[in-house]
Structure formats: C-alpha cells, structure tokens
Design a protein around this ligand. Structure first.
Ligand code: GLY
Length: 573
C-alpha cells in the first residue's frame, strides 16, 4: 500500500504533523525504554525480567519469548499458561514463520456437546469446568519454538519460571484484583480454591505465592520436554480431574497434540511489509482486509482523530468482521484467507463504503454464518534480540483463569477455549450473538481465534506487536500499527493513544473515554453511528528494532504490563 510523495501530500503531511501536536494522549507515559541487546514487553514485570535475563545470558528472541511465556504461566495465571494455547509470529534472520499452538477439540468432543436433549444450550458448560477445555497446545508449542530457533539449552530457558514457581513471586495489584473479581469461579472447584483462595480468600497484593506443583512440573518439562505434561503421571492427573467433573479431555488427546508451522498472512501497508497469523486465527485476515479497505478509501488523507477517520475505520471493520463470520479452523468448511483477500472482493467491499453515512450492519451483506465475540483475557508478549530478530506471541486460557479448574498436584489451570467454537448453532451466546457453521465443534478441530501477533518491517526497522482482548485484538493491533506506519509516532505514544472499535455486530462504535472529541462524536452520530464509551480496548505490548541497532519496548498503560531492554547504552552500529 505504498503511496508516492507529491507536493500536495507533503502539505497534507505537514497538516497532519500539526494536528498530531494536539492529538489526544492519555496521562503522560514515559518514553519507551531504549537500549541494546534486546527488548521485552509483556503483561507482568516478573515475566519481562525473565525474558531480559535470558537475553543477557546470550539467548535470542525466541529463547527470551519462551522464557517470558513460561514465566507468565506462573505469575499471570489469568492468561499465561501451560494449560492453554496460542500463536507466535517469528522473524529470524529476515525470514518469517508462524507457529499455531492453538488448542484442539478432544477426540470425545461432539458438535452438540454443549446442548441438552431439547437442543437448548446447557448454561455455562462451554465456559466452566473441564468440558470447556480444549487440548492444551502450549507445552508442545513453546518447546517447538525453542527446538527450531532457540540458541540456549532448553533448561536455561525454563529456569526463570521454575525459580518463580518454587521460590515464590510477589502477587501484584493486578493479579490480586483478578483473583478477587473471579473468586466465584475459583471457588467452584476445591482443587483450585486450595491454591488460589488459601484460607478461603484471594491472595492479597504483596504476598509471596509459591506453586510447588507447577515448579515440579516445570522441572520435569525442562528435563523431558512436552512429554512431561502430555504423558505419564501429569497426563494421568489431567485426565483424572477431567473425568471427575464430566470432561472429555483424555491423556490420549494430550499425547496426540501437535503444533503446526503455517504460512503467515502477508500484506503491504504504507510501504511496510506485514506478517500476521492465518487461520485458525481470524486476526491476520482482519488486519489485512481492514488495511486494504482503508487504503482504497484514502483513510490516511483524512484529518487525524477526526470523524472521517473514525467513520472509515468503523466501516472497514464492519465489513472485515462480517467476513469473519465465514471462518473456521483449518479443515472446516470455512473460506480461506486467499479468498477473502481477493482484490475483486475487496474492491466490492470498498465500493460499498460511503464517506458521509454509516452502513447499517444489517445491510452489510454477510457471507453466510454469523460472527462471535471472545472473552477478553488473553496475554501478548513481544521480544526483540540484539540481532534484530523478533517474536510476537499471544497466548490464552480464553476466559480469566480458563475453565476455573486446576489440576491438583500440577497447579495447572485448564483453558475454556471450547467456548471459542460455535457451541450453540443458531442461538445467541452469552454475548447475545449467534455463530457460524464453519466454526462448529469437531474432534481435533482448532477453534477460531482473533489473536493477532504481528510483525512488520521496513528499511531496517522491525516492529513486533499484538494484544489480548478477544474481538478487540485485531482492532487494537491495527490502530497501533497505523500510528506507527502512517503517523510515525514514537513507539510508546503509538501504544498509548486512545482507541475505538467496531465489530459489525453489535452495530456500534466502542470508544475509549478520550478517543473522540465532542465535535467528532457529534459528526459520527450525524452519520448514523451509535457510540458507546468503554473503559479500555486491548492492551498492546510492542517492541521495535531501529535501523541503527537500538531496541525499544512499550507496554500498554491500560494493562499494567512492563517493558525493558537488555542493556542501557548505545548501539555500536
Ligand atoms: N480466546 C480468544 C481468542 O482466541 O481470540
């Protein structure tokens, strides 16, 4: 999506720069840490420190990303995990690859497993308890990432997580309030309550938490790799607790799980090369479709933060999310990225966008099927090493603390990713939405995701980014990307700036409190948009490698995350 530099464009760029000076920014955030030797941005400082430690020991971006992800499995149990799954986009020595370690439906899963005999959804069964759990992909996935690209010995990469679980870690404000908020879920299962609600109450901020079962599991994982989790006593313990509460997850499912290297979704945007995740995530497809529609409608030429930009974003997302409706995991009947990103289709989509009026979502001809919305608890980490290699990795249990069930003896929380499938065809889910046929449950199938780990590069500069937030993931990721590639924001400002969101249904723009000036809001309403103000949209963690060899990391102030660099100092380049 290159554009040529004309005098008119230069004048417009100047106007945009002036507008930028008045652009909304939330409370001042310090500039992104800048240094050398690598950078990490993640949801928790103790996990960021684990990644930085591995970089300082000579690890590359993949070593550090895996160490950070494993540390999150200890200190960020809401979403960090060994009992869930995720996706990683890796750029090593200039080559990009993507790893799908998304959970799969167990062999015993059935299309109507969340419906009763009358075809009515069984309340909460796709969200709470082991029936909601997909086959975890993280144990094999993180190991596979390291096997292909890691430089340090595997035990060195696992070591920080073992230390955090065995010696203990400080419960931060954010974890303490998540435990408080989800105490009902955690109290549903005595196995979980005994660890996370000691004495009946959530651990308070500042207390030291030890997870001896997880420490032992991680030690075995360091020694034996994924087999430590997917076979033997650990797999037996997972099957036992699954059976106890009516789940269909079995040791044989764990043993059969394999992560898959896939081709990324690739596109060009404003002179940058972009690579993101293809199915079973819809994230990369939504990013690519939206970027294309914005280019076709001249989005970058409209005043920054004005009504036209917000309107065009909403119209592009409305159409991209309508198309998401058709998607399902590989092997399903859903359409492919190639088909959805076909220029003829995108031309047709763009032609339907009016600058002066919102198109009601009911009139955005959906491809057959309906879209859905995910829970918002997921976590994203971005890592760069001193050689300019980067990893964008998003991982999830789906809901906060997954299905709420902890495997005793392993301190491992199981996910509730089965709720990302179409669990009740034709019926509204908990969010009042119904879902598409291509994403129905089938044994071994991967449930559709919105996770969008993304890497982009141009002229020696490389950025890795992504976000948690269910359906807000691609929209938050795209806006940070636009702030960088169109407006050349500093990394931290690009992450900080207020965001908006539209997802086709409900037909409404969600906006952060500072995202829309009063006149912009009025202009959007006069175009026919409904606007709802929400506290926050996504939590983007990003790193950037600069052409001179310096690295930067930015954590999202919305998420209480943390960012750091391996070393202060100047690049020798
Ligand atoms: N569970 C959230 C997602 O995969 O999009």
């Amino acid at each position: 999506m290159d554009h040529v530099n004309t005098p008119a464009r230069a004048a417009r760029t100047l106007c945009l720069t002036l507008l930028l000076a008045a652009a909304p920014l939330p409370a001042a955030h310090p500039p992104a840490p800048r240094g050398v030797g690598g950078a990490v941005a993640s949801a928790e400082d103790q996990a960021t420190d684990a990644g930085l430690e591995v970089l300082r020991r000579g690890g590359n971006a993949v070593d550090a990303a895996v160490a950070t992800a494993l540390a999150l499995a200890v200190v960020h149990p809401q979403a960090g995990n060994l009992g869930g799954g995720g996706f990683a986009v890796v750029r090593m020595d200039g080559a990009v690859s993507t790893l799908d370690f998304r959970e799969t439906a167990p062999a015993g899963a059935r299309k109507n497993m969340f419906l009763d005999r009358r075809g009515e959804p069984v309340d909460g069964s796709s969200l709470v308890g082991p029936l909601a759990a997909g086959v975890p992909g993280s144990p094999a996935g993180l190991h596979e990432l390291h096997s292909r690209y890691g430089r340090l010995p595997w035990p060195t990469v696992v070591a920080p997580a073992i230390r955090l679980a065995s010696r203990g870690f400080v419960v931060g404000e954010r974890l303490a309030s998540a435990l408080e908020e989800h105490a009902d879920l955690l109290s549903r299962f005595p196995e979980t309550a005994s660890v996370w609600l000691p004495g009946g109450s959530p651990a308070a901020a500042g207390t030291i938490m030890r997870l001896p079962g997880l420490a032992t599991l991680l030690r075995r994982y360091a020694e034996h790799g994924p087999a430590a989790v997917t076979s033997g006593p650990a797999a037996a313990a997972i099957e036992l607790v699954s059976r106890r509460y009516g789940g269909v997850l079995r040791a044989t499912d764990l043993a059969a799980y394999t992560p898959v290297w896939r081709e990324p979704v690739r596109f060009r945007a404003w002179g940058w090369e972009v690579a993101s995740m293809d199915l079973p995530s819809s994230g990369g497809i939504i990013l690519a479709e939206t970027a294309d529609l914005l280019r076709r409608t001249g989005w970058e030429r409209a005043p920054r933060f004005g009504a036209v930009q917000a309107h065009l974003l909403a119209e592009a997302w409305r159409r991209a999310f309508a198309d998401r409706f058709l998607l399902g995991g590989p092997g399903s009947t859903g359409v492919t990225a190639v088909r959805l990103l076909d220029p003829a289709w995108l031309r047709r989509r763009a032609a339907g966008i009016r600058r002066d009026r919102a198109t009601p979502s009911d009139r955005v001809e959906p491809w057959p099927g309906r879209r859905r919305m995910e829970s918002r608890e997921t976590t994203h980490l971005s890592v760069a090493d001193g050689k300019g290699n980067v990893v964008a990795l998003t991982t999830t249990l789906n809901g906060s603390f997954g299905c709420g069930l902890l495997v005793p003896g392993l301190d491992l929380l199981l996910n509730n990713e089965m709720d990302d499938f179409t669990t009740a065809p034709g019926r509204p889910n908990q969010f009042g939405l119904v879902q598409g046929e291509a994403n129905t449950v089938a044994p071994g199938r991967r449930m559709l995701s919105s996770m969008s780990p993304t890497v982009l590069w141009r002229d020696g500069e490389v950025v890795a980014l992504g976000s948690p937030g269910g359906s807000r993931i691609p929209t938050a990721t795209l806006q940070v990307m636009l702030n960088l590639v169109v407006f050349h924001d500093p990394l931290q400002a690009a992450v900080d700036r207020p965001r908006i969101h539209h997802q086709w249904r409900p037909d409404r723009i969600d906006a952060e409190p500072d995202a829309l000036a009063p006149e912009t809001l009025a202009a959007l309403r006069s175009r026919g948009h409904t606007v709802l103000f929400v506290p926050s949209l996504g939590r983007v963690n990003a790193v950037r490698v600069l052409p001179d060899g310096h690295v930067e990391a930015a954590a999202d102030p919305r998420g209480g995350g943390s960012a750091g660099v391996a070393a202060e100092g100047r690049s020798p380049r």
